[in-house]
Design a protein around this ligand. Structure first.
Ligand code: C2O
Ligand code: CU
Ligand code: CU
Length: 531
């Protein structure tokens, strides 16, 4: 049997630039529409916004670092369950942590390590379309596999959720999270090789809030005034079940991207939240497979961004709209005090996300929005000991359908090429000649965005030479903090500066568009111990 990958090798298409990209943006075809529910027919703002419960430790157990210290131990099962995503729909079948979508929220402190046992209690058969042509998802592999990754965590390699370290139903994996890093909103999600997009679509993810004293001292809104907003999109069948689109090739159902037409916040379609006329802190996560969101309030209200993926910005940034890519997080403060009695709609361009119903009553608000938050020391470029040029490529077939995405022209299974030395700094130059923005994520580390610069894509495709056509553009204020996921914009070279610290060992870097990640847009990388 000739798999698509072998076919590519044989014909040499994967090594020629001729058939690569210049694609029209992938559009969902008409047949998808007929199979799915039009969410615009659903009543809006009839379900209150769910707030996932806080995970509670099951017991205390000796630390793997020092057995004389007892640390919190959590046990979270991945289970099939049913939940109503809207008042007027029947419960949808999902897979989630502790029967939740999103799963329970971890609320933990910097410097306080924890243990989590992730238990796979899923059935042996997947309910979403597995593509056996994808690396790691062959017909000879167990169909249902899971491995949990703590996105944004500085975690030892054996607990990081390496995509091939999956477990099957009936098994569990114990992970140690040292939490030795600044306060930030992390998240946990499945990372199983070749089916990650399906497992997360099924619901396998949750929020992980890491706090520290420096953040507490700022007296930002907290308690019931601090709310996670986990944003995602799905297709639903007319019966209200999850629908994951497939290609027109029955033996190769993978599709290049999924852009669902139903917007879901914390597990509900078009939820509402009753709020007091005061400041709130919203911890926003884009947990979608592929959709980028351009969020704003329909009434044009301004709000403040106070943090990025890896924690607080140096100072609040006042915004009327923001962009968030899959895997990214933003930390917002919204002040409703000037909107008493109003109903404010949060939207994603033309899509309605949710509604805030602001109380008429005046309230005292002791929380603060300080003018300065946490200093972010710029890493000087001169500190970098190495610069890597890394291309992001899409490959198309003869009829211009994307069939494969690679990082720097290399497949997952090829030998490791990115091998920074522990405690050194590198610049990673992401060259994106495609028409897509790719949110590139590195495990283990946090980094800073240096700049983005336009270049000549067609000459790059033929000669693999970068010819700049514009000036370097600095990241805007809302990206000028610590990041772990960066939008590598189409037709641009995006440079990040990374200090590799924490642990030596094997990790991964990848595009966080889950369909890309599952089809080779992911590579292992190795942090080498100091010589
Ligand atoms: Cu959100 Cu490799 O992860
Ligand atoms: Cu990650
Ligand atoms: Cu991508």
């Amino acid at each position: 049997m000739i798999t698509r990958r072998k076919f590519l090798h044989r014909t040499g298409l994967a090594t020629t630039a001729l058939l690569m990209d210049h694609l029209p943006p992938f559009a969902q075809s008409a047949p998808v529409k007929a199979l799915t529910l039009d969410s615009n027919t659903l009543a809006k703002f009839v379900d209150p916004l769910p707030i996932p419960p806080i995970a509670k430790p099951d017991r205390y157990q000796p630390s793997p670092l020092d057995p004389s210290v007892k640390i919190p131990y959590f046990r979270l099962a991945m289970q099939p369950f049913e939940m109503k995503v809207h008042r007027d729909l029947k419960p949808a079948r999902m897979w989630g942590f502790a029967s939740g979508f999103p799963g329970p929220t971890f609320d933990v402190r910097s410097g306080q390590e924890i243990l989590v046992e992730w238990v796979n209690q899923l059935p042996a058969k997947h309910f979403l379309p597995v593509d056996h042509n994808l690396a790691g998802a062959g017909a000879d592999q167990p169909e249902v596999r899971t491995v949990v990754h703590l996105h944004g965590g500085k975690v030892p390699p054996e607990s990081d959720g390496y995509p091939e370290d999956w477990i099957v139903p009936g098994k569990s994996a114990l992970c140690h999270y040292p939490n030795n890093q600044d306060a930030a909103m992390l998240w946990y999600h499945d990372h199983a090789m070749g089916i990650n997009r399906l497992n997360i679509y099924a619901g396998l993810m949750g929020v992980y809030l890491l706090r520290d004293d420096a953040e507490d001292a700022l007296r930002l809104p907290n308690g019931k005034y601090e709310i996670p907003l986990v944003i995602s999109d799905r297709f639903l069948t007319p019966e209200g079940q999850l629908y994951y689109p497939v290609s027109d090739k029955p033996n190769a159902p993978w599709v290049p991207e999924v852009f669902g037409d139903t917007m879901i916040v914390n597990g509900k379609i078009f939820p509402f939240l009753d709020v007091d006329a005061r400041k709130y802190r919203f911890r926003v996560l884009n947990a979608s497979n592929a959709r980028f969101y351009h969020l704003s309030f329909a009434n044009g209200a301004t709000f403040s961004q106070i943090g990025t993926d890896q924690g607080l910005l140096p100072a609040p940034v006042s915004l009327k709209a923001l962009m968030i890519a899959p895997g990214e997080r933003v930390d917002l403060v919204v002040d409703f005090s000037g909107h008493r009695g109003e109903e404010m709609i949060l939207k994603n361009d033309a899509f309605v996300m949710m509604q805030f119903r602001v109380s008429r009553d005046k309230v005292d608000d002791a929380s603060l929005l300080p003018a300065t938050l946490r200093p972010v020391q710029k890493i000087p470029e001169s500190q970098a000991v190495k610069t890597r040029m890394l291309s992001l490529d899409e490959y198309v077939n003869r009829v211009a359908e994307p069939i494969l995405m690679l990082l720097n022209g290399t497949y997952w299974h090829q030998p490791i090429t990115e091998n920074p030395v522990l405690d050194t700094t590198e610049i990673w130059t992401l060259i994106n000649p495609t028409d897509d923005s790719h949110p590139i994520h590195l495990h283990l580390v946090r980094f800073q965005i240096l700049d983005r610069r336009r270049f000549e894509t067609s000459s790059y495709m033929s000669k693999r030479e970068v010819k700049f056509t514009g000036e370097a553009e600095l990241p805007d204020a809302s990206e000028a903090g610590w990041k772990d996921t960066v939008r590598a914009q189409p037709g641009m070279v995006t440079r990040i500066i990374v200090h590799f610290e924490g642990y030596a060992g094997r990790y991964v870097w990848h595009c966080h568009i889950l369909e890309h990640e599952d089809n080779e847009m992911m590579r292992p990388y190795q942090v080498l111990a100091k010589p």
